[in-house]
Design a binder for this molecule. Sequence first.
Ligand code: DON
Length: 304
Amino acid sequence: MRSPILDYLDTLIAETDHIVGGAPADYIPELAAADPDTVAVALCTVNGTVYASGDAEHHFSIQSMSKPFAYALAIEDHGLDGIREKIGVEPSGEAFNELSLDPETGRPRNPMINAGAIATHALIGSEHEPALGRVLDFFGRLTGREVQLDQAVADSELATADRNLGLAYLLHAAGQLAGDPQESVTGYIRQCAASVTVSDLALMAATLANGGIQPRTGERLLCRESTRQLLSVMATCGMYDAAGDWLTSVGIPAKSGVAGGIIGVLPGQVGVAVFSPRLDGHGNSVRGVEMMQRLSDDLGLHLM
Ligand code: DON
């Protein structure tokens, strides 16, 4: 028998079909070429059952949804105290591509904005295990399959990376970047170009909901401490300068990506992922936000 959850997800897609506001990201040419009507949603329970609807096999780049997972790896390498010394945890209230350094400490405000994520990427890995390989291997364990780079997206973003390079050089000048600016941005942009589906993302989110244990393989991929840390930062900073609106209305830790994906995590219960490429002024998917709002209302996901 077909699951009622799948019927619900089909209805969610049908009922948000009229939402055509916003536009695909245009500062990365390859993303501007996305079919704006592609849409998908997936949900994964903490026992590893995935329900998906819409263009569920469509691959797109993970973009900023990679940031919380890279942050977890950096915590693993440097410890929580070590990372807190280098990257802040305060919402910036500014756009994701602003420099947003803490005036007192000089640290990037948080690991979800680009400046914080470039600094985070530079803190991962070692001579023997470069950061990008480490991140992709981690994505592979989280999704249970080998995750590839979307080379066209990576090349397109690398060719138009002036702003991120500018951020990296400013971080470096402020003594806040552990690596070479050019190399750090190249690695970070490749990290953002990892190619995933909504089902992959729902499983990644469900691993966070499950306290860091991948629900299908049973492998512990994150310790409880880093899971708690990254979920807290997702809750306060994951939706950038729309984070307050998001937490009060949708009410779950979440992270968006500029290709049009959003992941949401309800601890102990479920991981959710949506995809639709048209973005609002904050860089969050317009239809994706609406689908998440409805999921939260219909399934009672709001934490408070
Ligand atoms: O660095 C960038 O601008 C992109 N690779 C990622 C930005 C992003 O996904 C913002 N989120 N909505």
